[in-house]
Design a protein. Structure first.
Length: 291
């Protein structure tokens, strides 16, 4: 299959590397520096103490023969990407949170999918990713599409799991992201510290209670157990929000916590812990203080 990936972050590099030996892959990056380096040196993957190099073609836009476009950019970058998507390809969106679902439902493409990536992937530099743990990638149709497509895109090391509802699938991951990302970013700690520190665990439980109130379907205890499981499995990992804050980059705070607060407000639900953390992170992030 001809696959075009937009975004040279951790997930864009991961999927480009995984598919490079099985499909025709092009990768579109934000900067020419990253594009030139990838073209010359390839994608470097570090996993289980081993290194591998994967070469892919880079491109400034999707080739005309593109069958699948993978949008692997942050939520806040979507508005710039949507107008330039190739008209006749299927599209897969890989973003955290829920706020992009309404936008992507409106694009005129024949098949639109959403993904929830459960792997632990961290980008070390413009061409290097560290795979900290493999799990699965869940896929759901936003409109049109077929699970058969994803069966053909599996590789020996990359599995896809079809889900019936996009919102329900994204909510499952959002429950974890909404607790781990802002707490670790605010406290500047690795994921495992949230499980080890009793005071941080107590705060996490309060956030889980507010999440369950806002999105009823799972109990607060179920959400809390999921959060703690992820914290322990990724104990040495640094959340994407903490990483973004350390680099001075914009975060997905609005896409994750902001979307939760807006949902709660529509339902008349009070979420004081999430609201407090939201404003503390806004104030701690210089690029966002002027908003």
């Amino acid at each position: 299959m001809n696959i075009h990936i937009i975004g040279g972050g951790a997930l864009g590099l991961f999927f480009a590397a995984e598919w490079s030996g099985f499909h025709q892959v092009t990768l579109q990056t934000r900067t020419s520096e990253q594009r030139d380096r990838l073209q010359a040196e390839g994608i470097r993957v570090i996993e289980d103490g081993c290194e591998s190099i994967h070469f892919v073609q880079t491109a400034d836009s999707a080739p005309t023969e593109t069958a699948l476009t993978v949008v692997a950019v942050k939520q806040y970058q979507l508005d710039a990407v949507l107008p330039v998507l190739p008209a006749h390809s299927s599209v897969l969106f890989i973003q955290n949170g829920l706020s992009h679902l309404r936008k992507v439902q409106e694009i005129p493409h024949p098949a639109v999918y959403a993904a929830s990536v459960m792997h632990g992937i961290a980008r070390q530099d413009g061409r290097t990713i560290q795979v900290n743990g493999r799990n699965t990638t869940k896929i759901a149709g936003v409109k049109g599409g077929s699970p058969a497509v994803w069966e053909s895109l599996c590789t020996p090391q990359l599995a896809f799991e079809w889900q019936e509802g996009a919102k329900e699938m994204l909510l499952e991951k959002m429950a974890v992201n909404a607790v781990i990302n802002p707490l670790t970013a605010l406290l500047s700690v690795q994921n495992g510290v949230l499980a080890d520190n009793p005071h941080f665990r107590s705060t996490a439980m309060q956030l889980c209670e507010e999440f369950a109130l806002t999105f009823p379907g799972r109990t607060a205890e179920d959400v809390f157990q999921s959060v703690m499981d992820v914290c322990r499995k990724t104990a040495q990992n640094e959340s994407s929000m903490l990483s973004d804050m350390k680099k001075g980059h914009e975060t997905e705070l609005d896409a994750i916590v902001g979307a939760l607060i807006a949902e709660a407000a529509e339902k008349g639900i009070q979420v004081p812990a999430f609201t407090l953390i939201y404003h503390l992170i806004k104030g701690k992030t210089p690029a966002l203080m002027k908003e």
